[in-house]
Each structure stands twice: as structure tokens, then as C-alpha cells.
Write a protein that binds this ligand. Sequence first.
Ligand code: C2E
Ligand code: MG
Ligand code: MG
Ligand code: MG
Length: 277
Amino acid sequence: TAKSSGRDQVCGYDRAMTEEASARFEMERGLRKALENAELELHYQPIIRVSNGRAIGVEALVRWRHPERGLIPPDRFIPLAEHSGLIVQVGHWVLNEACRQMAQWELEGVAPERVAVNLSPRQFVHLDVVELVRSALQKSGLSASKLELEITESALMTSAHQGEQTLHQLKGLGVGLVIDDFGTGYSSLAYLRRFPLDKLKIDKSFLAGVPERAEDNQLVTTILDLAANMRLNVVAEGVETDAQWRFLKERHCGACQGYLFSPALPAAELVAWLREQ
Ligand code: C2E
Ligand code: MG
Ligand code: MG
Ligand code: MG
């Protein structure tokens, strides 16, 4: 009957909710342990100057080395960490580790020009974010000009006014400011112009259609023009083919990042890659 099937639906729904909640709970507990047991690690992807194919820096990308499940990519736990608030601790660890590693590389004389670190939306609006960055620089001894912070468009726009203030404070420390995944959010151009940004990264979903899809070609070209007009440097993400690289070269795109050059590598492999260049 309608009544009993209604009840079944409620039960099924509850069960699905419970399963999802407990899976989430398990993951959260695991991630807390991961922080305690040092199971997180940073991999580094070279960022390449389009004109000559040489590295101008690296982006730090977090991975979770799970004792049973192996290497877990960030898309599988960053959203959860964001949801539960654990991202603040994860982000704190990432920032300190990236600065520590970079300072260590400088001592060894093998450092890339700079390191970029991703800040999640929740981290970006966290009260202490400026203090955290300042302290990571101080503890590691890394100079601020060697550090870039990547913030997504949507994180900036959720609270544009507060975002603007935070950006100015971060800029005051001397770090570089980058807008990540550009084109996927809803930036107000008026704000973009006011924000003290250095660079924008074109989201990889736009590169995916280059050069086959006319619309994507047009879009990437438009973003490159926009960036040039706003005096912003550009990194095109997700460059996988020679044709995409050539396309960017012809349009004087400054930098790019993608599997054509290298995926994100563990620290030691990154150093070997940089040496071989
Ligand atoms: P993102 O910051 O936009 O990083 C670029 C992502 O694209 C990375 O994925 C990178 O491995 C991937 N990628 C690079 N080249 C190519 C390519 O040629 N083709 C394709 N298909 N993909 C490419 P990853 O490492 O899995 O990270 C995914 C996202 O997770 C990042 O996107 C970032 O939003 C987030 N994330 C990673 N590490 C951190 C972190 O330490 N903190 C925070 N808050 N978020 C992080
Ligand atoms: Mg990024
Ligand atoms: Mg991106
Ligand atoms: Mg992303």
C-alpha cells in the first residue's frame, strides 16, 4: 500500500543517511589519526614557463598515505575536512611543511624559485590565517617572496569584503596571491580589479577542450586577454598535449602546469626532476 511503501522509503532514506554519516565519521576519525601519525605528505608539481618549458616554481599538493588504502588523493578527503572543520589543522600542517621543505631545499641549494600552497575557503576566512602564514614563514626562515597562496574564486567571493581585507593583510606580509580555478566561480570583475592579486590560474576544465573545441579556445583566449589587461600573470592548468602547449605559446600565456611536463612528485623525485632540466 501507499502507506507501507511510504514507510519503507523513510526507512531506506534513514539507512542511507546513517551509512553516509558513519562513513563520514570513520573518514574523519581516520584523518584525525592521520594528522597525529604523520600520514599526510606533500607532493610537488612543477609550474612551467610556457616560452621555454623550464620550471618557475612548484605547487604543493597534499596526499594521505593511508596504512591500508594506500595513497588517497585530496579530492577524497579535503571536502570532508572542509566540512568538519579539520581543514584548519590539515591546512596548518600543509603550510608549515611546504615552508619547511622549501627552506630545507634552499639550504641544499636545490630549491625551485617559489612554492605555491592551496588555502581552502574555510581556512581563508579563518580568523588566524594571517597569523598562521606569518608564523610558518618565521618558523622556517623562508622569505615571504618565495611563498604563494592559492585561493579559489568562490572562497574570495563568499565574503568579498572580508576577503579583500584578508588579502591586503597577506599581501602586507610579502607573499604572492593567486586566484585558483579561475573561470569556475562567479567573480565580480570589479572586485577582481580591487583585490591585490598577482596571478590567476585558468581552470583545467577549460584547457581540456583546447584546441578541438572552438568555444574553449575562445574562452581561454578571453581569459588571457583579461589577465593581460589587469596586469596579472597567468598559469594555465591541465596542459596534457603538445597542441595545448603550442596554443598557449601562440597566445603568450606566461606559465602552465600539467602532465605534459610532470605530475605532482614526492619531494625527492621533484629535486631529481629539477636537476635533469
Ligand atoms: P588545484 O589546486 O587546482 O590543483 C591542481 C590539480 O590538478 C591537482 O590535483 C593536480 O595533480 C591536477 N593536475 C595537474 N596537472 C594535470 C593535468 O595535466 N591533467 C589533469 N587532469 N589534472 C592535472 P590534486 O593534487 O588531486 O588536487 C586536487 C585539488 O585538491 C586541488 O586542485 C586543490 O583544490 C585541492 N588540494 C590539494 N592539496 C591541497 C592542500 O594542501 N590544501 C587544500 N586546501 N586543498 C588542496
Ligand atoms: Mg591550486
Ligand atoms: Mg586549480
Ligand atoms: Mg581545484
